[in-house]
Design a protein around this ligand. Structure first.
Ligand SMILES: NC(=O)c1ccc[n+]([C@@H]2O[C@H](COP(=O)([O-])OP(=O)(O)OC[C@H]3O[C@@H](n4cnc5c(N)ncnc54)[C@H](O)[C@@H]3O)[C@@H](O)[C@H]2O)c1
Ligand SMILES: O=c1ccn([C@@H]2O[C@H](COP(=O)(O)OP(=O)(O)O[C@H]3O[C@H](CO)[C@@H](O)[C@H](O)[C@H]3O)[C@@H](O)[C@H]2O)c(=O)[nH]1
Length: 462
């Protein structure tokens, strides 16, 4: 099939590469010329496990090309996926400017019947707005509407996780397709079924529904996962006061198949490009309809406070004036196996430590460059603080002379450090563990003061 993906970011690039890998001819379109140049020079703009290999083998066969030529990209395709960003607007609603601009481009250049597949996460009703935008452009080109090429819009939200994006896209647990019941809709459904057939060999994973329900399903999924995390974080904070180890509680409830083990890890709060903005956008959708989503309001508030929990503990230990202190930070990306710093909890933690006068020496396996960029923006009002911020190439190098180690992202490289070396490097062996990476009993036997999230009952003091 001839396919164009509009937007070559985390979703667009992964989708494009994986769809080409199924044997289709894919054009990845982006308005960011530097991104396209980098891809055409053999580079990969994001860090994502296994992505480079998929891109390389499909570029080599000529099935995957990258361009900023909108006309060429739109004319190429029978199926056009929209995978541009939908960041939060000032009021929390999803900013649809990129989606609607992509829609207008499609209307401006499409030549024959086209299926427009909306993959970006968008509020209920957006596919109708896309249709209006396409129709408006077609009306300019074809004053006689009968001569305009036909089109239909399918909602096909994406559920991949960063860090496991290639795997998630290639082995989806469900493929949600929202489609209209009319003839064009059914034609589009047949094309999407053909496209995704390789993913359905073992059993049918496609859930077909109406467009609005599909749009909503994406928000419901992210809101549910975010709720589980905030729920556990709230319980973890209580656990510290009542002598309970939240990790034992997680295992105790997770064994109930109605609950399950996933997404119950207490920590420094959820971040990334999706949960924060999608929870906010759903709250906003409700407000626009005169409704209040009380649970999600609480989910968001708990998460905002949770990002401060490590900082509050550090202040409780050292006082809120950290001048003269050196704090090591392991992990800056919002989660392991990605270089994405969007809404990363580390931004709150590092900025607060620097504002309190600390010297911060951080390590991250892949996000260092991006972290430097975003923290410079976050701390634009106190540029002097940035002079106290270093990012080093090895985890152990961050510990030299440190008064404390703070763990914000649970990269594998931090799982089992050499404890002897850690104690030798640090001024004081104190760990504030925002991801509950270590066994508090082991920390006790190693003589390391340890503060996890909701693990006070297991912590003791060395
Ligand atoms: N990142 C994820 O893990 C993930 C997972 C599932 C769904 N989503 C959703 O998918 C969408 C895309 O997210 P992302 O993280 O890939 O975004 P991103 O910011 O990484 O990439 C978006 C790309 O679209 C390009 N773009 C913007 N307007 C364009 C236009 N008119 N024509 C061509 N290109 C254009 C931008 O230059 C950018 O490269 C969002 O709605 C997001 O909520 C993201
Ligand atoms: O038990 C947990 C699980 C996750 N997190 C945090 O939650 C955030 C999001 O993690 P994750 O969901 O793994 O990453 P994303 O790449 O943001 O993926 C989410 O957002 C995507 C974009 O919408 C969806 O496609 C995915 O299905 C959904 O998992 C991260 O900060 C994690 O540290 C926790 O704190 N505790």
């Amino acid at each position: 099939m001839n396919i164009t993906i509009v937007g070559t970011g985390y979703v667009g690039l992964v989708s494009g590469a994986c769809i080409a890998d199924l044997g289709n001819h894919v054009v990845c379109l982006d308005i960011d010329q530097s991104k396209i140049d980098l891809l055409n020079a053999g580079g990969v703009p994001i860090y994502e496990t296994g992505l480079r290999e998929v891109i390389e083998r499909n570029v080599d066969t000529g099935r995957l090309v990258f361009t900023s030529d909108t006309q060429q990209a739109i004319e190429h395709a029978d199926l056009i996926f929209i995978a541009v960003g939908t960041p939060a607007d000032e009021d929390g609603s999803a900013d649809l400017q990129y989606v609607l601009s992509a829609a207008r481009s499609i209307g401006r250049w499409m030549k024959h019947f086209t299926v427009i597949v909306e993959k970006s996460t968008v509020p209920v009703g957006t596919c109708d707005k896309i249709a209006e935008a396409v129709r408006a452009e077609l009306a300019v080109r074809f004053p006689n509407a009968d001569q305009a090429p036909g089109f239909t819009i399918a909602s096909n939200p994406e559920f991949l996780k960063e860090g496991a994006a290639v795997e998630d896209f290639s082995r989806p647990d469900r493929i949600v397709v929202g489609i209209s019941k009319d003839e064009n809709g059914q034609r589009a459904l047949a094309m999407l079924r053909q496209l995704y057939a390789p993913f359905n060999r073992n059993h049918e994973r496609t859930r077909v529904m109406d467009v609005r329900s599909a749009e909503f399903t994406k928000y419901a999924a992210n809101a549910m996962l975010a709720t589980r995390i905030s729920f556990m974080n709230e319980l973890a904070n209580l656990a510290d006061h009542v002598g309970v180890d939240i990790e034992l509680v997680r295992q105790g409830i997770g064994s109930d198949p109605r609950i399950g083990y996933s997404f119950l890890y207490a920590g420094t709060g959820y971040g990334g490009s999706c949960f924060p903005k999608d929870v906010r956008a759903l709250i906003r959708t409700a407000e626009e309809h005169g409704r209040e989503l009380k649970i999600l309001g609480a989910v968001e508030n708990v998460n905002r406070d949770q990002k401060r929990v490590l900082v509050d503990r550090i202040f409780a230990h050292f006082g809120s004036d950290l001048r003269g202190r050196t704090i090591a930070v392991w992990g800056l990306a919002f989660k392991p196996n990605t270089d994405d710093m969007r809404d990363a909890p580390s931004r709150v933690v590092v900025a607060a430590l620097l504002r309190a006068g600390a010297r911060v020496v951080a390590h991250d396996p892949v996000a260092a460059e991006e972290a430097r960029r975003v923290l410079a923006l976050d701390l634009h009002d106190v540029p002097a603080a940035l002079q106290q911020f270093d990012i080093v190439g090895k985890p152990m190098d961050a510990l030299r002379g440190a008064d404390a180690l703070v763990i914000v992202t649970e990269w594998k490289a931090y799982r089992s450090p050499n404890w002897g070396a850690l104690k030798r490097e640090m001024q004081q062996a104190i760990i504030f563990d925002g991801r509950n990476l270590y066994d508090p009993h082991l920390m006790q036997s190693e003589g390391i003061a340890y503060h996890g999230i909701g693990r006070a009952a297991a912590e003791g003091s060395p």
